[in-house]
Write a protein that binds this ligand. Structure first.
Ligand code: NAI
Ligand code: MG
Length: 352
């Protein structure tokens, strides 16, 4: 079990440290951890946010645990040198096109939700976000027009096969859950979305046991707040998925609670290769203040054990320990409490 640990910037190292402690406490046979630099820290040490050694480390690993990247001291850099290029580069280079982002209410935490508790308690959904296409990877540019105004553009596009493979991931996920799939697009105005919808419908014929519904992204944003219980699996493109999953996190209670898995097609001797990270960023506003909730990263480690190592029992042990800590009232600053990052990690460890 070779696991590459990429802590990154800001709160990345703080939350990753706690997740590593949890992994080590499980004492799994043959588990080897090695650490690499990504993001601003990598730029400052090696001149590039995703150094070749780091990428190579990811390639020889069975899974990657990633903290977060983003460093205000790099703000003036050209785009290809900015810290965020590390995560985009890893997703592209490793072919990680499927991003799974579960959002579930934790018992005892309903009152922390941005929603009314009776609505919040119904959240149990999985966002399946496409990760290798869309405006993030399309042609971009900036130019000055004849009259001196600047114009910027980012091309939104999806090819059929890109939609098809993420649709299959989503349908299979729905089969393993409540067999309800909502595909989110903006087909009323975007060609990309029309193609998306056509392909999802085509793939749907292979999964007659899954109920499919199409929803415009603006309506989906509204429904996520009005009636989140109506969602089981949500499949959507890179941009819409990014936004909707941050929104879902506040429905659960904090962005510090949401984990994610990024998967591709590569298989290792243990399972599917994947990169696992909290959905939040490097949070420079709270870095070095022990205010970061490490639970999202700890839960990402659980997803890693499940998807990349087939260790369902250990994954469930971690998830239960986190839920217990929350039920027992362990609260970091993000949840209105005063437990520091290390104390939250220790509380999870104690309940393992
Ligand atoms: P962010 O997710 O870092 O922070 C948003 C807000 O949530 C902040 O107020 C922060 O304090 C809070 N927060 C985030 N994680 C938390 C945690 N674990 N516990 C408690 N509070 C938490 O997003 P923001 O501020 O938009 O971006 C900061 C930097 O992170 C930027 O450079 C951005 O590009 C980068 N970023 C990196 C990502 C990645 O590495 N995958 C994802 C999102 C943003
Ligand atoms: Mg985001």
């Amino acid at each position: 079990m070779k696991i590459a640990i990429f802590p990154g910037d800001g709160i990345g190292p703080e939350v990753t440290r706690e997740a590593v402690r949890v992994l080590q406490a499980l004492d799994l046979p043959g588990m080897v951890l090695f650490e690499g630099d990504v993001g601003g820290v990598a730029y400052h040490r090696h001149g590039h946010p995703l150094p070749a050694e780091t990428l190579e480390m990811a390639r020889v690993a069975d899974a990657v645990l990633f903290g977060a990247v983003g460093d205000p001291s790099c703000d003036g850099l050209e785009r290809h040198l900015r810290p965020e290029q590390a995560i985009l580069g890893l997703r592209a280079e490793l072919g990680l096109f499927a991003n799974l982002r579960p959002a579930t209410t934790f018992p005892g935490l309903e009152t922390m939700s941005a929603l009314r508790p009776e609505i919040a308690c119904a959240i149990d959904l999985l966002i399946v976000r496409e990760l290798n296409g869309d405006v993030y990877f399309g042609e971009k540019g900036m130019r000055t027009l004849g009259d001196g105004r600047r114009q910027g553009w980012d091309m939104m596009s999806y090819a059929e096969d890109e939609v098809r493979r993420i649709a299959h991931v989503a349908f299979r996920a729905a089969q393993a859950r409540d067999r309800r799939l909502v595909s989110v697009d903006k087909a009323n105005v975007l060609e990309t979305s029309q193609l998306w919808r056509d392909v999802v419908n085509e793939v749907a014929t292979e999964y007659p046991d899954v109920a499919v519904e199409h929803m415009y992204v603006d309506n989906a944003a509204m429904q996520l707040v009005r009636d989140p219980g109506r969602f089981d699996v949500v499949v959507t493109g890179n941009l819409f998925g990014d936004i909707l999953s941050d929104q879902a996190s506040m429905c659960v209670g904090s962005i510090g609670l949401l984990a994610s898995a990024s998967l591709g097609e590569r298989q290792t001797e243990h399972g599917t290769f994947g990169l696992y990270e909290p959905i939040h960023g490097s949070a420079p506003d709270i870095a070095a203040h022990s205010k970061a909730n490490p639970m999202a990263t700890i839960l990402s480690a659980a997803m890693m054990l499940r998807h990349s190592f087939g260790r369902e029992a250990e994954a469930a042990r971690i998830e239960t320990a986190v839920a217990k800590a929350l039920a027992d009232g362990v609260r970091g600053a993000d949840l209105g409490g005063d437990a520091g990052t290390e104390a939250v990690g220790a509380a999870v460890l104690e309940r393992l």
